[in-house]
Design a protein around this ligand. Structure first.
Ligand code: UD1
Length: 419
């Protein structure tokens, strides 16, 4: 198993350029198969989740060309095949093929999706949405089977503004007969990105980015073209790195309004930042004020930055509180922060930090993707050597994380299995 080795407590200075959004590309690739003529995607991040989705496209007989962040997908000879269990299990977003294949073929067989172990993560809202559109859904072993004679537009209300359900229902409805309304839709920027991509093919979607999305079904979808939006979670992770260890660290290629909730929390802590529309320059302050953070749906503070910001909370002068409201099991990294020397305790979905704590390098585990990001941030801050195990989780979502951090002065490297 590969490990990440970090010699911490080094100033970070220079520039980090943000890549395309992981949670954008993982929905855009399945969306691409809805086109009858193929698609071109720009700013595609080179992460292992992208590779897993390209393997699925190959299985579906959609050849791809991927170089220099540009992805060309040929959908003309697509075949409806069962997505193998080992492929579906590699990432949660394999579930977007449910909506896409159902819309395209009126039939899909897909194994249960994988993804980070951060809670029970049911997909009942997706399934209920497909049923409302006229699909028959059955479970056979570890596999869902979706069937429909025809899909018909419907009024769908989500009990919770789920990102996955909003996108999946949008995919399923885009070619349905008549009008679909998704009420209490999620408003995350990745949803707007997917809607723009589908509209570039000729779909008729309005309201993406608000809590009511309207979709007028169309029969045919032509060539799609899209720029993947910058990754707001990667942006946030490096901005937090700047708050921890930055000396004029520039994080560029961001969209300011996508990271607004984080920036406002950092200001509250007293972090020194120069914020422009598409970059931020960050300096570590001499002292951090304690704050309370509550994760919420967009535009609230993202749950995916809860674990990364927890490292900063260990450094604040006083008591800070992190409350996780989206997932029931997102505090798995706290025991490793404790191992690194943080004074923090967990009560169910709330973590209470009594800082500042001096972090000292030790051996830790990336229990999931964002927990892994938190371990990297902790390793950059700690004195001595931090060794992170199970780094495959991190590589699923952070493009060139080692090179990006080395370029700004971090001492970080991957130790291969055989070393
Ligand atoms: C997406 C993101 C993930 C992020 C999350 C919340 C992707 C690939 N992943 O995950 O990084 O943390 O949004 O911003 O884009 N729920 C149900 N039933 C459902 C669907 C969801 O109960 O059918 C619950 C979930 O268990 C969770 C909450 O709703 O507690 C939010 O889930 P959702 O917004 O759907 O997250 P994902 O799309 O899985």
């Amino acid at each position: 198993m590969k490990q990440l080795i970090i010699e911490g407590n080094k100033k970070l200075t220079g520039e980090i350029e943000i890549s395309g959004a992981k949670n954008g590309i993982v929905a855009l690739i399945p969306a691409a198969i809805l086109s009858d003529e193929g698609a071109t995607l720009y700013n595609v991040p080179d992460i292992s989740d992208t590779k897993s989705l390209l393997d699925i496209l190959e299985l579906l007989n959609c050849p791809t060309k991927y170089a220099n962040e540009e992805l060309e997908i040929d959908t003309k000879r697509i075949e409806n095949k069962v997505i193998k269990e080992e492929l579906a299990k590699k990432l949660r977003a394999s579930y977007y093929f449910m909506g896409a294949l159902l819309a395209k073929f009126k039939y899909a067989e897909i194994y249960f999706p994988g993804g980070c172990n951060i809670g029970t993560r049911p997909i009942d809202f997706h399934i209920n949405g497909f049923k409302k559109l006229g699909a028959d859904v059955t479970i056979e072993g570890n596999k869902y089977i979706f069937k429909a004679n025809k899909l018909k537009g419907a009024k769908i209300y989500l009990d919770f503004a789920s990102v996955g359900a909003t996108i999946n229902i949008m995919l399923a409805a885009v070619k349905a007969e008549g009008k679909t309304t998704i009420s209490n839709a999620a408003k995350e920027p990745e949803i707007v990105n997917v809607a723009s991509f589908l509209n570039s093919m000729g779909a008729k979607i309005t309201g993406a980015g608000t809590s009511e999305i309207k979709i007028e079904g169309v029969e045919h979808l032509g060539r799609g073209i899209i720029d993947v939006i910058p990754d707001r979670i990667e942006s946030g992770t490096y901005i937090i790195a700047g708050a921890l260890m930055g000396e004029n660290l520039k994080v560029s290629g961001i969209i300011e309004e996508h990271v607004e909730s984080l920036l406002s929390k950092l200001k509250e802590m007293g972090v020194d930042m120069k914020v422009e529309e598409n970059y931020v320059i960050i300096n570590k302050p001499s002292e951090y004020k304690p704050i309370n953070v509550k994760t919420l749906v967009f535009p609230g503070f993202p749950t995916d930055l809860g674990q990364p910001i927890s490292v900063l909370l260990t450094q604040a002068n006083g008591t800070s509180i992190l409350e996780e409201t989206i997932y029931e099991n997102r505090m798995g990294h706290i025991k490793y922060l404790q191992k690194l020397g943080a004074n923090v305790r967990v009560n169910d979905r709330t973590a209470i930090f009594m800082g500042p704590s001096k972090l000292k390098g030790t051996e830790v585990v990336a229990t999931d993707l964002r927990a892994g990001a938190a371990m990297v941030l902790a390793g950059l801050t700690a004195t001595g050597t931090t060794t992170i195990n199970e780094i495959e989780h991190i590589l699923r979502g952070y493009e060139n994380i080692v090179e990006k951090l080395q370029n700004v002065g971090a001492s970080i490297r991957i130790k291969e299995d055989k070393e």
